[in-house]
Design a protein around this ligand. Structure first.
Ligand code: HEM
Length: 501
């Protein structure tokens, strides 16, 4: 009896000490089934699927998940996500710092810099500048030239059989993107590039710091392998080469100007290579299977691409800048981003912050908490997209009134937003849309299947997939009748694809 008398108040006291206090203006609290740690177990095991499940059950625009003495605010409403992305008191910088120090493993002498917001802003500038305007046109030209070369190698009526469509697209894109970014002396061969995937799968584990040397041994070795290959590129100043993209060249130059020695650039510039492919490749795979498994969709895209193609003797030149005017192709692109992107935004609340929803309801986020959102909740919300939200239906993007278009576009966050809006979004769109446009124009693709859609790896931005029992199966790519020897080219003299509108 005495034990109970002592134990109950003690348990209440301990619970009180390690449970956070709430202000009534904070978002509604969802208590976990397993006290204190239930939410963290679900996040670790279900990743973004957990936030989907909570939204289906509670339909809350924003909620608070208590974890021990901490709070995680999960934002679901599009207007609140946009407000969080714009907020100056919700900071991404803490996570950037953690990522570079603990996940990428920058040398200790560099790590202090990542705590300086001014330095971070300085070294971030070349990213957007290197991926827009004339710099973007230059890398787009190299990238599309690479795509044309890959496709022009497939000639004749028989074409090629592709046993592993996933590997084929991954390797092709890595060759094209790395060449466009790093120039002729690109150190990241397809083989080395595969290490990026080994690393990417385990980022979350490494970030958590739970014995990564034990549980993420291969991923750490893959990361070190890439840095080893990048080291001579920076040590020998090959990044200053004329055919190296402004994105890679100016970022390294800015870091050197702030005192980073060349021998540290392989580590601190690792993100440049990693960010360029990790979301782009799975998006390319989803785009390819979504389009080429549907003959009616291919036919409509083919007609649109043909309308911006000039045929002269045996050369077909696609004016890729005019691809962005093609309504159905654009609708397919939006629909693929909506269905398959499930990236997560994470911010640290550095000051008490009030966010206002579209209906005027305000929510207080307390200093010291973490705010996050997973865009799949908004991208698949049936209140916004209707009962067929889980289906690929490009028509939902056509013939919209301005109000409908505003509602749909306002619920889309495939490339983030605010200060950290993805600077590579146009480059990714150009490569992917240029590729599928050219394939639709000149090829027949047979036997493509769409895999089952899964949640992304924790921390990744695009959904994974599961092929049926026979794997992806064998896909055949062959020239269309009359296109057997036609050389494909892209004209890159026009304006750039701008999907930010
Ligand atoms: C379909 C392809 C892509 C998707 C879905 C995507 C998505 C994203 C998202 C969601 C963010 C913001 C993260 C946040 O706010 O928490 C981001 C940031 C970034 N992305 Fe992309 N991305 C793609 C392609 C690319 C490419 C091709 C490049 C480079 C060539 C790139 C470079 C970057 C960089 C450097 C950042 C960091 C920006 C900053 O923090 O200021 N991305 N991306």
């Amino acid at each position: 009896m005495l034990t109970i008398v002592v134990a109950i108040p003690l348990a209440v006291l301990v619970r009180h000490l390690i449970s956070p206090a709430y202000d009534p203006r904070e978002p509604p609290v969802i208590k976990p089934k397993i006290p204190l740690i239930g939410h963290i177990i679900s996040i670790a095991t279900e990743a973004s699927g957990y936030y989907q499940r909570l939204f289906k059950k509670y339909r809350l625009p924003i909620c608070t998940l208590p974890v021990l003495n901490y709070k995680i605010y999960v934002i679901n409403s599009p207007a609140l996500i946009a407000a969080a992305q714009r907020s100056k008191t919700l900071s991404f910088e803490v996570f950037i710092r953690h990522f570079f120090i603990n996940v990428i493993g920058v040398p200790q002498r560099e790590s202090a810099k990542f705590a300086d917001p001014k330095w971070l802003a300085t070294v971030s500038k070349p990213l957007a500048a290197g991926l827009s305007g004339e710099s973007l046109r230059e890398i787009a030209a190299v990238g599309l030239g690479g795509i044309a070369r890959e496709l022009n190698a497939v000639t004749g009526e028989k074409g090629v059989r592709i046993g592993d469509v996933e590997g084929w697209l991954t390797d092709m894109l890595s060759r094209v993107i790395m060449r466009a970014l790093y120039g002729e002396k690109n150190p990241l061969s397809v083989e080395v590039h595969r290490s990026i995937w080994e690393f990417d799968k385990k980022i979350f584990l490494i970030a958590l710091g739970l014995a990564p040397k034990l549980f993420a041994r291969k991923a750490l070795a893959a990361r070190d392998e890439i840095q080893k290959v990048l080291a001579p590129f920076y040590l020998n100043r090959l990044d200053e080469g004329e055919d190296v993209s402004a994105y890679v060249r100016n970022r390294a130059a800015t870091k050197r100007a702030t005192g980073t020695p060349s021998e540290d650039l392989a580590a601190t510039e690792f993100d440049v290579a990693w960010a360029s492919v990790t979301n782009t490749t799975p998006t390319m795979i989803w785009t390819f299977v979504s389009i080429f498994s549907r003959p009616d969709v291919v036919e409509r895209i083919r007609t649109e691409v043909l309308s911006v193609t000039t045929i002269d003797n045996n050369t077909a030149t696609i004016d890729y800048s005019r691809l962005q005017e093609q309504p159905f192709l654009n609708a397919c692109w939006q629909e693929i981003l909506r269905l398959y992107n499930d990236g997560q935004g994470t911010r640290f609340v550095i000051e008490d912050t009030v966010l206002r929803d579209a209906d005027g309801q305000e929510y207080l986020l307390k200093k010291g908490a973490v705010a996050l959102w997973t865009v799949g909740v908004s991208h698949l919300n049936d209140d916004i997209w209707g009962a067929d939200a889980h289906e690929f239906r490009p028509e939902r993007w056509l013939g919209l009134s301005p109000a409908e278009e505003k509602k749909q576009k306002g619920a889309m966050f495939p490339f983030g937003g605010g200060k950290h809006l993805c600077p590579g979004r146009m480059f990714a769109a150009i490569e992917i849309i240029g590729f599928v446009g050219a394939v639709a124009l000149a090829f027949e693709v047979e036997d493509v299947t769409v895999p089952e859609m899964l949640t992304p790896y924790p921390g990744a931005g695009v959904r994974r997939w599961k092929w049926g029992p026979g794997g992806p199966g064998e896909v055949r790519l062959r020239r269309r009748k009359g296109w057997e020897t036609m050389e494909i080219k892209f004209s890159t003299e026009g304006g750039i694809w701008d999907n930010s509108k």
